[in-house]
Design a protein around this ligand. Structure first.
Ligand SMILES: Cc1cc2nc3c(=O)[nH]c(=O)nc-3n(C[C@H](O)[C@H](O)[C@H](O)COP(=O)(O)O)c2cc1C
Length: 363
């Protein structure tokens, strides 16, 4: 039996247990993308996890889409993150940084640069996003990245990954899920390129594979993971055949050597699945394509997670919302204590309230 609560290793990295804190955007950075002091408190309070994956963090100002999300591309950001990783390591957890380049899911009011948001193709997302200045606003039409600009975007990920390692992170996760830039390259409705980086299956996975390879060659494949969400239609993303796309992607990645493949289960928020079949069948379908560690999040409980570890479907179990209101989630799951409910109205507000002020059961 591989207990949730027992130590393990992840691509050689020792973990104090098999419980992972999911990447959770909480918008507690300043406008320059520098995490505020409460960010260190928040992560260190939750560092009884085996592994913490940071909130989606932009690799460059160009990658920012939302207000007050952090970055990993300026000295001030790096210094603040170093304080976070030191505090997390002091409590025994390891920490990866998730890189979220938002691509077209961006509004100019939320960004520090004047350039239009970039995307594989100039396809405007349906819907609106929050801005601190003018509340909900329509998404603008993004600017399609020129072929000659692609190596520069990949280089932003590489530089940011090196910065993350310098700031004490144990590895990085590329966010290729939930409709952001890398996912926009994968999906057929957002990628209409005809330059070898789109249209065909091999074309649509190419930018993601090249980004992964560049980051892995800079910091090591064993320190590089990826997050995917086949069938999840968040952010107006609709792929004609998400399973086929992801099988092909996983075949092209060094899954035996890399840190992990992280799946956000498509029914985590909504039962509606785009062309990916039964949500329950997704992990078993992906499992044969992942030669190393497979980890997943999506409404897991201690019992369902343990069952997935026991069956060999997963190597680590990832928890998102339960970590928000339960800094001592590991202890609560171990003892069967009641879980507190998070305040959704404070998910993305500034400051410690509803963030670093949730009490542990015994503090
Ligand atoms: C407030 C909030 C912020 C989130 N931010 C991110 C993010 O930055 N990156 C990401 O990949 N997923 C993000 N997610 C999704 C979570 O990582 C997780 O996959 C999801 O909440 C399902 O797990 P759960 O049912 O345990 O919460 C977010 C979810 C919530 C509720």
């Amino acid at each position: 039996m591989k207990s949730l609560f027992e130590p393990t290793t992840l691509a050689g990295l020792p973990l104090q247990n098999r419980i992972v804190m999911a990447p959770l955007t909480r918008s507690r950075a300043d406008v320059m993308g520098v995490p505020q002091p409460c960010v260190r408190d928040y992560y260190s309070q939750r560092a009884s996890a085996g592994l913490i994956i940071s909130e989606g963090t932009q690799p460059s100002f160009a990658g920012q889409g939302y207000c007050r999300t952090p970055g990993m591309h300026t000295p001030d950001q790096m210094a603040a993150w170093k304080g976070v990783t030191d505090a997390v390591h002091a409590r025994g957890a390891k920490m990866f940084m998730q890189f979220m380049h938002c691509g077209r899911i961006a509004h100019p009011l939320n960004r520090q640069i004047k350039d239009a948001p970039v995307a594989p193709s100039a396809v405007k997302p349906a819907g609106q996003m929050w801005t601190d200045q003018q509340q909900m606003q329509d998404f603008p039409t993004p600017h399609a990245l020129a072929t000659a600009a692609l190596p520069g975007v990949i280089n932003e990920f590489v530089v940011a990954a090196r910065n993350a390692i310098e700031a004490g992170f144990d590895g990085v996760e590329l966010h290729a899920a939930n409709g952001y830039l890398l996912n926009q390259f994968l999906a057929s409705n957002t990628n209409q390129r005809t330059d070898g980086y789109g249209t065909t299956l091999s074309g649509r996975i190419r930018f993601v594979v090249e980004t992964f390879e560049a980051v892995a060659s800079a910091i090591g494949a064993s320190r590089t993971g990826i997050r995917v969400s086949p069938g999840h239609m968040f952010n107006d993303l609709v792929d004609a055949n998400p399973l086929e796309t992801h099988f092909s992607l996983l075949d092209a990645l060094p899954t035996a050597k890399m840190a992990y493949v992280h799946v956000m289960l498509p029914d985590a928020f909504s039962p509606q699945l785009n062309n990916a079949g039964d949500p329950q069948a997704l992990l078993p379908a992906l499992r044969p394509y992942v030669k190393g560690a497979l980890i997943a999040a999506g409404k897991l409980t201690a019992a369902s997670a343990q069952a997935m570890l026991d069956s060999g479907l997963l190597q680590l179990a990832v928890f998102g919302r339960p970590f928000i209101a339960n800094p001592d989630l590991v202890e609560r799951m171990k003892t069967g204590a009641t879980l507190a409910t998070p305040r959704e109205d404070l998910f993305y507000t500034a400051g410690p309230e509803g963030y670093s002020d949730y009490p542990a059961l015994v503090s």
